[in-house]
Design a protein around this ligand. Structure first.
Ligand code: WTA
Length: 651
């Protein structure tokens, strides 16, 4: 197993530990330590207790049915996600509470109270229904971080349609793959989006993407305005604003959904070139999302909660929309980049709205460190009381910087380990109960059974590392991969019988704290974005000049990992800096900007074993400048010397 050894070294030397203040502890929603034991003894009882925080149309009598690898939770209950996230609050004192405090990148702002959000969602549900969308249909969404994004999601959920959101940074070809796989026939997009002062041409991408798909209607939000030049195709494209204006101003009834009916599909990268459509169902997912808001994020009614993720990724699904809204929170939603117009944008937002809970990614924290503490220091951040991180392992240095310069030493940090597949935070401190250690996601949350296994499926002793596994089903687990149940069973349950394998390496310390070491498969984590090496390799090989490509993730100071591609060219093609630029751009066009290789190295040959397998470990060693490991299985050892000298030349 290829554990990232350097990272482990730093982590194992880490001994600092931070207890919550007695004030935080006293006020925490979860402040009885016996909860861990109770949940361990009776996980189903624990989850059923938590499920009571949702409103069910028909109460469930069954809790968990487990036929590995298939789980069902609360399977005879019915409920509706939008009823829980919006409508039920409209009937209470939360009616006029701010649900979404939205800020656009250019500085425009919108406030949606729960009642206002509910009215927009009703209208959007009428709109989708008028387009023929029914329960179970798939609606693709390709929108920037504007209020119409959660409004569309919640409108789908109200009808019982399955949304599949494609991050607006994905290219038209990635969008097409996802639309085709989900077989969506409605696409909701925008003319364009704002990003770091520039414009992302979403409609133009969408036009390319829907060619050859079953998309019959494209609804286009006017975000940027005429100069972006979105052209509308007669008979297929309709303006969001026009359609919405035609809709009745009446409530749209919530479709009663079975707990096991699908809420959404979200694509993520795996070890093959084809993205996986992760399927989440309604009841269990919402129980997981809602519970973690109250437990891990200690959400109170007067909190102002700001998660900097994009709704196009799972963090935004769970921790901008379904988690906080089902819990009745006030959510700050920001459209753009942290450095537009200046590097203080997030701190300005925290001060302006009095944000109390802030959730971001390690890669952002490392970027803030590089920009310097003078930016946050210029703002009053004293409203903050709790901070979180997600997406990749956080290095202790970044954790300490976050603790000191953003939290001013007063805020517990919840380092939350989870995945698109797990639906909600799995390993994370309950901030009133657990002492944190910089770089460790600490303990599994109550109701989640985690272990670290050796390759034989035995749990390792404290002080050792191995494969992170989840040994029991949990409510918000993925149910399958959309239209590929076989891949689901093989990918997640193929290694150890009935045990979920996330694909991360982990170390268990003497206090039974878990330290996540990163992916152990062919998935790279670039700035918190999961990218399959095979996806990038296929994109490169798709270029006319490329014969073969091998892609690896190498350690990168800010991004966590960066993509290095080793490429062999076809006969007669001459390597040049122009070709490097062209190939990088080719990957951007094929996948999206987040997959752009940091560097491309041309080589006459790729290092392969005698059985013709590319030796990625060797490539990683070369890219990270380490002494080379065992090369005895290499078919042609001279390949390595050639590659090594090339890499050194480059530096
Ligand atoms: C990584 C994002 C260490 C991990 C929610 C996982 C983390 C993958 C952490 C899932 C963390 C996420 N510490 N690593 N706190 N959180 N990861 O599906 O490798 O985009 O398997 O979900 O990110 O990425 P995904």
């Amino acid at each position: 197993m290829g554990t990232p050894a350097d990272h482990l070294d730093t982590l194992l030397k880490e001994t600092r530990s931070f207890a919550p203040s007695s004030e935080f502890q006293g006020n925490a929603n979860f402040n009885d330590p016996s909860i861990y034991e109770r949940a361990l003894e009776d996980p189903e009882g624990y989850w059923s207790e938590q499920a009571k925080h949702l409103d069910w149309f028909t109460p469930y009598t069954k809790i968990c049915e487990w036929n590995p690898p298939h789980a069902a939770w609360f399977s005879d209950g019915t409920l509706n996600a939008t009823y829980n996230a919006v409508d039920r609050h409209r009937a209470t004192y939360r009616k006029n509470k701010a649900a979404i405090l939205w800020e656009g990148e250019p500085g425009d702002r919108r406030v949606l109270t729960y009642d206002m959000l509910g009215r927009e969602v009703d209208r959007a549900a009428h709109m989708l229904a008028s387009l023929g969308v029914k329960k179970g249909d798939r609606v693709a969404i390709y929108l920037p971080m504007i209020p119409e994004l959660p409004i569309t999601m919640l409108a789908c959920a109200k009808i019982g349609a399955i949304h599949t959101i494609v991050f607006a940074g994905f290219s038209s070809s990635s969008l097409r793959d996802r639309i085709l796989d989900a077989d969506a026939n409605v696409l909701v997009t925008a003319d364009a989006g704002h990003r770091r002062g520039g414009i992302i041409p979403l409609k133009a991408n969408a036009d390319d993407a829907v060619d050859g798909t079953h998309v019959k209607t494209m609804v286009v939000v006017n975000r940027v305005g005429a100069p972006s030049g979105a052209t509308m195709t007669e008979g297929r494209d309709v303006a969001w604003e026009t359609l919405m204006a035609e809709m009745p101003n009446t409530p749209y009834p919530c479709e009663p959904m079975n707990a096991e009916d699908i809420l959404y599909i979200l694509y993520t990268s795996g070890t093959t070139g084809k993205p996986k459509g992760i399927v989440h169902t309604t009841g269990g997912y919402l129980v997981g999302a809602n519970t973690s808001m109250r437990s891990v994020f200690d959400l109170k009614d007067d909190d102002v909660y700001f998660c900097t993720a994009d709704i196009g990724w799972v963090t935004g699904h769970t921790y901008i929309v379904y988690g906080p809204l089902t819990a009745g929170a006030t959510v700050v939603m920001y459209e753009g980049a942290p450095d537009f117009p200046n590097r203080d944008r997030f701190w300005q937002i925290i001060e302006r709205y009095g944000v109390t809970i802030f959730y971001t990614a390690p890669t952002s924290i490392r970027t803030f460190m590089k920009w310097g503490p003078q930016h946050p220091a210029a703002y009053d951040l004293s409203s903050l009381r709790l901070m979180g991180t997600v997406g990749e392992p956080i290095n202790p240095e970044a954790w300490m910087w976050y603790h000191e310069h953003i939290g001013h030493g007063n805020c517990p940090i919840v380092d939350t380990w989870w995945q698109t597949e797990t639906g909600c935070a799995m390993i994370a401190p309950l901030p009133g109960l657990i002492n944190t250690k910089p770089g460790s996601a600490t303990r599994p949350v109550p109701g989640i059974s985690v272990a670290v296994f050796d390759e034989h499926g035995q749990a390792v002793q404290p002080g050792s590392g191995g494969y992170l596994v989840i040994t029991k089903p949990w409510p918000s687990m993925l149910r399958t991969i959309w239209r590929d149940d076989e891949r689901f069973a093989k990918t997640y349950f193929g290694q150890f019988q009935g045990i979920y394998l996330p694909g991360d390496g982990a170390h268990l310390d003497e206090d039974r704290y878990i330290w996540i070491l990163g992916r152990i498969d062919d998935v790279i984590n670039v700035s918190g974005h999961r990218i399959g090496t095979m996806e990038v390799e296929s994109a490169l090989v798709d270029h006319k000049s490329v014969a073969e490509a091998a892609v690896i993730g190498r350690a990168h100071e800010i991004k966590g990992q960066a993509i290095t591609a080793f490429v062999t060219l076809k006969e007669g093609v001459v390597a040049s800096p122009e070709l490097v630029a062209e190939l990088k751009q080719h990957v951007v066009i094929q996948i999206g900007a987040m997959a752009r290789p940091e560097e491309i190295l041309f080589t006459a040959e790729l290092p392969k074993t005698r059985s013709a397998k590319i030796m990625r470990r060797l490539l990683r060693d070369i890219a990270e400048g380490r002494a080379l490991g065992d090369t005895t299985t290499l078919a042609d050892p001279s390949v390595i010397d050639a590659l090594k000298s090339q890499y050194q030349d480059k530096e």
